[in-house]
Design a binder for this molecule. Structure first.
Ligand code: SF4
Length: 384
């Protein structure tokens, strides 16, 4: 029979992440090691230990097929492809394969399938351990990118917690859309009403997006012609682009015309933050948002402005309601600083490592913050 390799896969059942196959030729000194068994029968600690032992005492290849490929090929063909990739990566080519299960594959090497092979044949058991540990480690890594789903715990399987989080946060790039429960949730998601969210800056937008994206199909509008200087405007826009890229949310960018804005507020230039100058400033930004929302056929509009503890919600609410009537578009009424919204924005900004400004945006708020002695040239630190 020549050189025989054991083959097994991990990750056919989960609703997210790749399917991973391993192909293993065990060295003679460990081929009778009692501890090597079907990965499902072993504790995580034991699997981790055996993973290192098997890697150091075998010739092996790992093959990975992504969730997108699974959606395209179906899980059986995707598993076949993962096995082919594992065979491609093994240094010593086996002449025969022993594969766990009963599927028929088209492979470049002759093979035999064995039902429950992972508990009968050592090299198949070893392959089941390599595939499982490799995949589990991968899912723990991606849990840092998609922290909402708990991938580090359930590894993409359809646990109650996973279902709960899927319903709450919708599907992400790692989900297998061809799997019925995921497809059902994705379908419900596409029925969500569309909301155009005016965003003043990325830190404030973080917690608002988290709160709204379960209920709405969101797009963002960055329209802040008040921000001074231009360098600061650019710094805030760059962070918003990062945030939209992360959430895969479409971004609309309004015109930056600080002169026009100064003209509009000039009679109130000496008013304090939160007073008349700010009311005009909110109104201008929300006006353009409602107008664009109507043009682009959105169902709702709202703004992140209320996240700041310095912004008075009653004023924002009044403007929102007036514009809602004028443009015939619904205003999502929520004071986003409430229910720890501001605190959450600070936490999320830290997680994203966002630049967080320490003045509202216009030249007057910049001068006020300088007077208070809180202004540091963070944008200079960042961009110089
Ligand atoms: S302090 Fe903020 S809200 Fe008020 S006018 Fe300046 S930028 Fe606009």
């Amino acid at each position: 029979m020549g050189i025989v390799a054991g083959v097994d896969e991990a990750g056919r059942g989960p609703w997210a992440g790749p399917v991973v196959a391993a192909c293993v030729i065990l060295n003679t000194d460990i081929e009778n090691l009692d501890e090597i068994n079907d990965s499902k029968q072993l504790s995580e600690k034991k699997r981790e230990k055996l993973y290192e032992i098997i890697k150091s005492n075998s010739t092996y290849g790992i093959g990975v097929v992504s969730n997108k490929e699974i959606d395209k090929l179906g899980i059986v063909k995707a598993t076949e492809l993962a096995i082919k990739r594992a065979i491609e990566h093994i240094k010593t080519k086996p002449s025969f394969l022993l594969i766990d299960g009963r599927d028929n594959f088209t492979l470049p090497i002759k093979y035999k399938t064995i039902i429950k092979g992972d508990s009968k044949i050592k090299s198949i058991a070893a392959a089941s351990i390599l595939a499982k540990v490799w995949r589990d480690r991968y899912m723990k890594l991606v849990a840092d990118i998609y922290p909402e789903y708990g991938f580090e715990k359930h590894k993409g399987y359809g646990t109650e917690k996973h279902i709960e989080n899927l319903k709450k946060y919708g599907v992400c790039d790692l989900h297998r859309l061809s799997y019925k429960p995921v497809a059902k949730i994705a379908q419900n998601e596409s029925k969500k009403p569309r909301l155009l969210l005016h965003a003043c800056c990325a830190p404030c937008a973080t917690s608002v997006i988290e709160r709204l994206k379960t209920r709405y199909e969101l797009e963002l509008f960055f329209f802040n012609p008040n921000i001074h200087p231009k360098k600061e405007y650019q710094a805030r826009l760059d962070e918003i682009k990062k945030l939209c890229g992360f959430h895969k949310i479409k971004l609309h960018i309004g015109q930056y015309d600080v002169k026009k804005w100064l003209q509009m507020v000039k009679i109130y230039k000496n008013s304090k933050e939160g007073e008349k100058r700010c009311t005009i400033c909110y109104a201008l930004r929300m006006f353009e948002t409602a107008k664009l929302g109507l043009e682009l056929n959105f169902d709702y509009f709202t703004t992140t402005l209320s996240v700041s503890p310095l912004k008075k919600y009653d004023k924002i609410q009044k403007i929102g309601k007036t514009l809602s009537k004028k443009f015939n578009i619904k205003f999502e009424e929520e004071d986003f600083k409430k229910k720890d919204g501001f605190k959450r924005s600070v936490e999320l900004s830290k997680q994203f490592n966002f630049y967080r400004q320490n003045y509202c945006g216009c030249i007057y708020s910049l001068l006020e913050s300088k007077k208070r002695g809180v202004y540091e040239r963070d944008t200079d630190k960042k961009t110089d």
